[in-house]
Design a protein around this ligand. Sequence first.
Ligand SMILES: [Zn+2]
Ligand SMILES: [Zn+2]
Length: 126
Amino acid sequence: MQQCPHCHTELDTQQLYALDERLPSECKQCGGLIRNTRPREIASWIVPLVVAVVIAVGGFHLAFLLVPMILFPFMRIFLAKPVKAEYKEHPCIRCKRLDAGFRSPFHDICDDCLTKAEQARKKGAL
Ligand SMILES: [Zn+2]
Ligand SMILES: [Zn+2]
């Protein structure tokens, strides 16, 4: 299994499945930001895709297309490679500040740059 790069606790399958290259997630143990590496993320897509193509062109019954769909979450968990994600890599897309305060690591625009309407919308969405 894979370990958190911050606190070195084993990550559970749910955390590994949620690991994304562009959207950092938080370690349940230490709250450190972790993300997947790009090659691993791409590989987790390519393997089921290749299986799907083989089934589609190989004359297999289309019911076999369930195989890559089942395979995908397994590949994602199996190939996940947690690395440290830094806030530094995440500048606000409006003011370009690197140390801008975000409401969550998933936001691209810092709180200062959000218009009143956007802030109300985000609150409503929660
Ligand atoms: Zn951790
Ligand atoms: Zn900003």
